[in-house]
Design a protein around this ligand. Sequence first.
Ligand SMILES: Nc1ncnc2c1ncn2[C@@H]1O[C@H](COP(=O)(O)OP(=O)(O)OP(=O)(O)O)[C@@H](O)[C@H]1O
Ligand SMILES: [Mg+2]
Length: 364
Amino acid sequence: MTQKNNTASESEHRPRFRAGEEGILYVGIDLGTSRTSISASNGVRETIASVVGYPKDVVSRKFLQKDVLFGEEALENRLALNLFRPLEDGVIKYSDGSGASQEEVDGNLEAARALIQHAIELASPEPGQLVYGVIGCPAQASIHNKQSIIEAARDVLDSVVICSEPFSVAYGLERLHDCLVIDIGAGTTDLCRMKGAMPDEEDQLTLTVAGDFLDEQLFELFKARCPDASFTKNMVRQVKEKHAFVTEAAEPVLVTFPVRGKPVQFDVTAEMRKGCRRIIEPIVEAVDKLVSTFDPEFQERMRKNVLIAGGGSRIHGLDRAVEEALQAYGGGGVRCVQEPVYSGANGALKIAYDMPTEAWEQLR
Ligand SMILES: Nc1ncnc2c1ncn2[C@@H]1O[C@H](COP(=O)(O)OP(=O)(O)OP(=O)(O)O)[C@@H](O)[C@H]1O
Ligand SMILES: [Mg+2]
């Protein structure tokens, strides 16, 4: 296996078209807070924003000519829609019975169902083909959370397996031994240590320090830097997705925000670095927690084999910065995955191929 620039080589592990069993379409689904991605055994790979919108009234229904819109199309038409982001912190919103109204619980469950259905339609199953899906969810999702994902999949999939998201990333890259996966998503950062067997509860950790947390930190830092400018968290997220970095050296990050209606340019390089660096310490502490409670014979190997996945792995220089911060804990080796968007879905598809028949939960 060749490796380039501190980046895990994974193209060899991409799911291949699965010959035979034409009656079954296998799919791996990464049902994320911000993006839902699907990888299917017919070779299709698709990704959409995890957003579902329903026209607000008869006028918007007539204008949009659709009963339901998904992803980027829903975001573009959000003013005419009742918008749902059915996933929060990687699980279906209110699926833990957190005191929300029945209407909100049902609305989010229905939106999650529609989102899974849409993802499967994007994978183009043949008429009459059965669809078997492995769905990734956060490492420490509760039984309630998992059950609600199974409910959402009930009318859409013929069989389902729910698996932990960082586990599916590691499985897809065949890093099943002495490896620690950190999946930095929007709502959660999920860590999972791989020990050559299915991870148990004590092998996994979920932090709420992830992309949304960085957006909040950057928003506050930008507000202090540009006190008279008007901007939203969404604008800050877009700047982050273009310029996020944690290195000492950097190209200047220049943003243009309106001040009393007039566009003004600001240099937010220092704020970008400072905000993004706030994710490093919580991650390193969590790595240390998982490594130090592992079998001492294998701790060294695990610390040297840390893999960062998810949208947050695109923060420029994050692998090196985590590696440097790990020096205080005895050192480490850190790499980022090559394909953050599909590494979860590809891994889930690979699990689907390898699942024995009895492990599938038959839904219909
Ligand atoms: N280039 C980038 N630099 C920094 N952050 C990025 C970049 N691209 C995407 N992100 C962030 O990554 C996060 C989304 O990552 P990902 O798609 O893995 O999340 P998700 O799977 O939808 O969320 P979760 O796993 O929490 O359910 C968002 O916070 C997004 O802003
Ligand atoms: Mg994710």
